[in-house]
Design a protein around this ligand. Structure first.
Ligand code: IFL
Length: 461
């Protein structure tokens, strides 16, 4: 299974390994990457200290006022940020902080709550977070909690098509809202396949796989997926094909299921859908590469507006073999970063202008830069990640941590009193892995989920 042994964020050549050493990098571009990695770690510890003091066990800290907010459930916190942070703390060697978080999980985390959660968000953030923490330390309690959560999410998939309802009650299993989309149908296999592998119960993997195939089977004649589907009838209710939300991670997880689980069906599906996307959605404008939203049956363009969340896609394309296009698309987003400092949530390439001026502390460009760097070790991607980090430090840092931005065009940028859970799992980890060359991570054979959770590649030293 040589393909499987090559990790999703890897494929390194031996010569590239040399380029990865801090000494080489420093000599090559004059940046002290090691010092930058230490800085990232110290920012993580600083922000964690505020979370520990002001919002311990809560879902999210409010970094401007020091309050806290909920994410998953209306009336109950599930320690979202804590769980999302765990494998980042571990890989950074913040072992006391990791142990503290683990102790909280052991004593306080209980999914037996009479409340409704998003199946998709709960899976990528909490189930994925518990599995990556388990990968880091091997404590069986973490796997038991992940399994309990998986069992509580499973009822959502009991539809005629196998595609899940969007919401499920954690205690009763009551389900709600079959009007769903590709990401919420098909972003499960790496976590659920891992759960099956670790527990010996294949139901999780098989359930996730059935949903992915049900979506794929409904592709249009020209090979595109729309972004709205009814999970009970299997009928589309939208005509828009997009690589942004709410379709983005469906494509990501086809490739990932191949990389992590060796699922050849998923690779075959990826290899059918990606050429169609490249043919119908990829455009050149002013020397830059973008992806239009198009009609999924006719292929006609709908808009030149780009969603920031699609910025991850350059890394995925490169992983899947479309290296030049993936690099070009990431450069296009890097241009937007250079122009505005922080990416706007919406951007139209024809006018080179934001269409939405907020930014919810997003990791996607750092994600793409990290993936591209793992593939070719070009200093260009490290520099994109560095700019992303330094700009975040400049604009998003506030009294009790890092915050979303309401308006990236205001000076100073206007902050929102919110730090999303994914900040703890994603960009802080991407930066650190990109800059540190840590021995706790296998840079050749690894796998990170859409939420940045490491399911393969930790080295317990
Ligand atoms: O939850 C995050 C994850 O990367 C994802 N979508 C959006 C979030 C970050 O912007 O899949």
């Amino acid at each position: 299974m040589s393909q499987v042994s090559i990790g999703r964020r890897s494929l390194l050549k031996s010569t590239a390994l040399l380029a990865a050493s801090p000494a080489f990098a420093q000599a090559n571009d004059g940046i002290d990457w090691h010092a930058l990695a230490i800085d990232v770690r110290s920012e993580m510890r600083w922000a964690w200290g505020h979370y520990r003091r002001l919002a311990w066990g809560r879902d999210e800290i409010m970094p401007v006022t020091g309050g806290h907010s909920r994410f998953s459930l209306r009336d109950h916190d599930l320690g979202l940020s804590l769980i999302e942070a765990m494998d980042t703390l571990w890989v950074m060697g913040l072992d006391a902080e990791f142990a503290d978080a683990l102790a909280w999980v052991k004593v306080h985390l209980d999914f037996d709550v009479d409340g409704e959660v998003s199946v998709f968000e709960t899976s990528i953030r909490l189930l994925g977070g518990l599995l990556s923490a388990y990968h880091a330390c091997g404590d069986p309690l973490l796997l038991a909690k992940a399994r309990d959560l998986g069992d509580r999410l499973l009822p959502a998939f009991a539809t005629p098509t196998g595609m899940p309802y969007r919401f499920v009650n954690l205690r009763t299993g009551a389900i709600r809202d079959p009007k769903t989309n590709p990401a919420e149908v098909g972003t499960y296999l790496p976590e659920w396949g891992t759960l099956s592998r670790l527990t010996g119960d294949d139901r999780y993997r098989a359930t996730a796989k059935k949903a992915v195939v049900a979506m794929y089977d409904r592709r249009s004649r020209i090979g595109l997926l729309a972004d709205g589907i009814d999970a009970t009838s299997g009928q589309w209710f939208s005509r828009r094909a997009t690589v942004g939300p709410p379709s983005d991670s469906y494509y990501e997880y086809l490739w990932d299921a191949w990389q992590l689980l060796g699922d050849a069906d998923c690779k075959a599906m990826y290899d059918v859908l990606t050429p169609a996307i490249l043919k119908w959605q990829c455009v050149q404008s002013d020397g830059r590469t973008w992806f239009n939203d198009v009609d999924f049956e006719e292929g006609g363009p709908l808009t030149d507006e780009q969603d920031e969340l699609a910025a991850f896609y350059g890394g995925l394309l490169a992983q899947g073999g479309a290296t030049a296009t993936g690099a070009a698309y990431t450069r296009a987003w890097s241009h937007v970063q250079d122009k505005f400092g922080i990416l706007p949530e919406g951007y139209e390439y024809l006018g080179d202008n934001p269409t939405q001026v907020a930014n919810a502390l997003r990791p996607e460009l750092a994600d793409a830069a990290f993936n591209l760097w793992l593939l070719d070790r070009s200093p260009e991607w490290r520099m994109v990640g560095r700019t992303h980090y330094l700009n975040m430090k400049r604009w998003n840092r506030t009294r009790f941590g890092y915050a979303d931005i309401d308006d990236i065009t205001a000076r100073p940028m206007r902050l929102a009193d919110h730090c999303p859970g994914y900040w703890w799992s994603e960009q802080m980890k991407y930066y650190y892995l990109l800059f540190s060359d840590t021995p706790r991570f296998d840079y050749q054979r690894n796998y990170l989920t859409t939420e940045g959770n490491v399911l393969r590649g930790f080295r317990r030293t």
